[in-house]
Structures are given as structure tokens and as C-alpha cells.
Design a protein around this ligand. Structure first.
Ligand SMILES: NC(=O)c1ccc[n+]([C@@H]2O[C@H](COP(=O)([O-])OP(=O)(O)OC[C@H]3O[C@@H](n4cnc5c(N)ncnc54)[C@H](O)[C@@H]3O)[C@@H](O)[C@H]2O)c1
Ligand SMILES: O=P(O)(O)OC[C@H](O)CO
Length: 331
């Protein structure tokens, strides 16, 4: 199959390698010419996952026209704040039927739209769009560490196409019809990972991490249901699976950022140190837009937002969260 992967950061590079290793002809779109040169001449990405060789079936270009020519499937792996510009950029080069899988995790600033909703608004055809999400750190997938993911789409055929495309002996794929739930979970778990990182950074323990992850999941499922998704999705790979890995893994940028916040580093200072995206820093704000629209209370996510964007010290929110009125666990 001829597959076009848009975005050559860590995850785009790992996905291109996964697809190329299975014998697909992969064209990878990168912003920087030196990334294309490294991949085309040395089969390595000089900026991301630098130690991992990339399949010789992967070629890279900075031209959308070249990358998308003859594409039978498109995979989107640019940061979530580029969804609209990415959809507009690929529009001239794909057909109205081309299946699109979105691997980006976030919510659009201002509109509160999910990535698939942005693509459907620009390109039409929600049924040919899928979200691919789960506990998948690029650093492990590129090394064939056994992993699993979920492909969610309102189009059963689209989900099946990408389920088969992404599957490998070490990479197990499931399908779901709940793309809303999958995309909300993908954005939400990053915010909880910041909270967990901050909690460890303040010297708290595993009990606190488990409390944040579990009550974070409760918040996440309230929002999923209010937006028309299925609460069960929060129990699956997109929900609980990705929540666990992002909150607990040494690879997580979101957890690491949370840890640094607790030590006094600001978002601007952290951004200056890394060329990697920390989606949860934006999702705590954009999920708030979505939650307000649907009248859902997000106590943990809102505290993360106040730490990241209003410079509230992490220690100040602890007593506020622990001092909330007592209530039944499920209501
Ligand atoms: N890294 C992972 O393990 C992983 C796993 C699953 C999902 N994701 C998601 O995939 C998306 C991409 O993450 P990543 O880890 O590959 O990113 P990264 O931090 O490794 O790299 C960022 C990438 O975004 C590109 N970029 C930055 N600004 C851009 C712009 N304006 N237009 C187009 N491209 C731009 C950079 O050139 C680079 O290729 C995110 O939404 C992330 O949450 C990442
Ligand atoms: O490293 P993070 O925190 O951006 O998480 C990456 C992936 O979303 C994990 O599935």
C-alpha cells in the first residue's frame, strides 16, 4: 500500500517505520530539509529517535504534493494545534474518499473541536476518518516492544482498513466505533499525567498517583458521556491504558513537565529546553472550553490549568482538591 505519514516527530517516525517494516511504500512529510536528508540518505531521523534505524521503505519530503501523490491512506501525526492548517495543506492532494487516521492528541483552541471534527469540517466525510490512540510511546514502538492500540471511527470499513494497516506481530490493534470517546481520552490523559508528575515532584507517593489517575478517569468519563461518547472507552486502551502509561512512564513528556512544574519551572522555561510537544499543557485549557460547553465539572484538570497558565504554585491546589465536599464515589 502507498501510505503518506504527515509529521516526522517521534511518533510520526515510529509509525512510518512500523508501516515501512510491513512492506508498505511510505512517504513521510517533514518540515525540515535536514530531517528528509537524514531519512533518505542514512535511514535515520537526526532530530527524533536518533538511535533507531528506519525502514528503507520510508522516504521523506518537505512537499505535501510529493508525499501525497497516489496516497491510498493518510496518517496525521503533527501536534494537535496544527490540525486545521494540516487539513487545509493536504486538501488539494487527496480524494474525498482517501482514508485518514489521526494520531494527534488534543482539542482545538477556541472551538473545543476534536481532531477528527476539525478534519471533517475542512475535508468532509467523518466516516473516512479514524483516530488511532493508545498506550504507545514512540521510543518503545520503534523497538518492537509488544504494544496495543485502538483505531476508532464512525466508519466500520475505515476502522478495519487501519486496524489491518497498523497491525504487526508486536503491535496489536483493536477497533471501536467511539471516536469521540477515544479522542477525549487521548487529550485528557495528558493533563492527568501533568498532575501525577507534579505530585511526584512535590514528594508525594504512589497512593497519590493512583488517586489522581482514578479520579482523573472519573472526570474523563463524565466529559466523554456529556459529549456523546461511551464511558466504556475510558476503561480501554485509549482511556485507562494510555492513562497508565503516560502517568507512569519515564518516556512521558507530560509527566516530566508536571514534575518540573513542581520544582518551579514554568511552561515557557520548559518549552525553551525541548523541541518536543507537551500536549497536556494546552489540553488543560482547551478541555475547559469543551467542559464549559457541556456543563461538566473538571476539578483536577482545572487545577492543572491554574498551575500551568495562572502560575498558581502546585502546593496551593493540594488542600483545595483534598478539601472538596465529601461525596459518593459514583454519582
Ligand atoms: N511521542 C509519542 O510517543 C506519541 C505517541 C502517541 C501520540 N503522540 C501524539 O502525536 C502528536 C505528535 O507528537 P510527536 O511525539 O511525534 O511530536 P514530537 O514532539 O516528537 O515532535 C514534534 C513534531 O511536530 C512538528 N511540528 C511542530 N510544529 C509544527 C507545525 N506548525 N506544523 C507541522 N508540524 C509541526 C515538528 O517538526 C516535529 O516533527 C502529538 O499530538 C502527540 O500527543 C505522540
Ligand atoms: O510522552 P507523552 O506524555 O506526550 O505521551 C505520549 C503518548 O501519548 C503515550 O501514549
Amino acid at each position: 500500500m502507498k501510505v503518506s505519514v504527515i509529521g516526522a516527530g517521534s511518533w510520526g517516525t515510529a509509525i512510518a517505520h512500523l508501516l515501512g517494516s510491513a512492506g508498505n511504500r511510505v512517504m513521510l512529510w517533514a518540515r525540515k530539509p535536514e530531517v528528509c536528508e537524514g531519512i533518505n540518505e542514512g535511514h535515520r531521523n537526526p532530530r527524533y529517535l536518533v538511535d533507531s534505524p528506519i525502514s528503507e521503505n520510508v522516504r521523506a519530503s518537505t512537499s505535501h504534493a510529493e508525499v501525497l501523490e497516489g496516497a491510498e491512506a493518510v496518517v496525521i501525526v503533527t501536534p494537535s494545534n496544527t490540525m486545521r492548517e494540516t487539513a487545509v495543506a493536504i486538501q488539494p492532494f487527496i480524494t474525498p474518499e482517501t482514508p485518514i487516521a489521526i494520531c494527534s492528541k488534543g482539542v482545538e483552541e477556541g472551538t473545543g473541536l476534536l481532531p477528527a471534527e476539525v478534519f471533517a469540517e475542512v475535508l468532509g466525510g467523518i466516516e473516512r476518518i479514524a483516530a488511532m490512540t493508545g498506550p504507545n510511546h514512540a521510543e518503545e514502538v520503534i523497538k518492537r516492544v509488544p504494544s496495543g492500540t485502538v483505531v476508532a471511527s464512525q466508519g466500520a470499513e475505515t476502522a478495519r482498513v487501519f486496524q489491518e494497516l497498523f497491525a504487526a506481530e508486536w503491535f496489536r490493534t483493536y477497533v471501536s466505533d467511539d471516536i469521540i470517546g477515544a479522542e477525549i481520552c487521548a487529550a485528557f490523559k495528558n493533563v492527568v499525567a501533568i498532575a501525577v508528575g507534579a505530585s511526584y515532584g512535590m514528594g508525594f507517593g504512589d497512593n497519590t498517583a493512583a488517586l489522581l489517575m482514578t479520579r482523573g478517569s472519573a472526570e474523563m468519563s463524565r466529559l466523554v458521556e456529556a459529549c456523546g461518547g461511551q464511558a466504556m472507552t475510558c476503561m480501554g486502551l485509549a482511556g485507562m491504558g494510555d492513562m497508565i502509561v503516560t502517568c507512569m512512564s519515564e518516556h512521558s513528556r507530560n509527566r516530566t513537565f508536571g514534575h518540573r512544574l513542581a520544582q518551579g519551572t514554568t511552561l515557557d522555561e520548559y518549552r525553551a529546553e525541548t523541541h518536543m510537544v507537551v500536549e497536556g499543557a494546552y489540553a488543560c485549557r482547551t478541555l475547559h472550553t469543551l467542559a464549559t460547553k457541556h456543563g461538566v465539572d473538571l476539578p483536577i484538570a482545572d487545577k492543572v490549568r491554574s498551575i500551568v497558565w495562572d502560575d498558581v504554585p502546585p502546593a496551593d491546589v493540594v488542600s483545595e482538591l483534598l478539601g472538596r465536599s465529601l461525596k459518593p464515589e459514583f454519582y
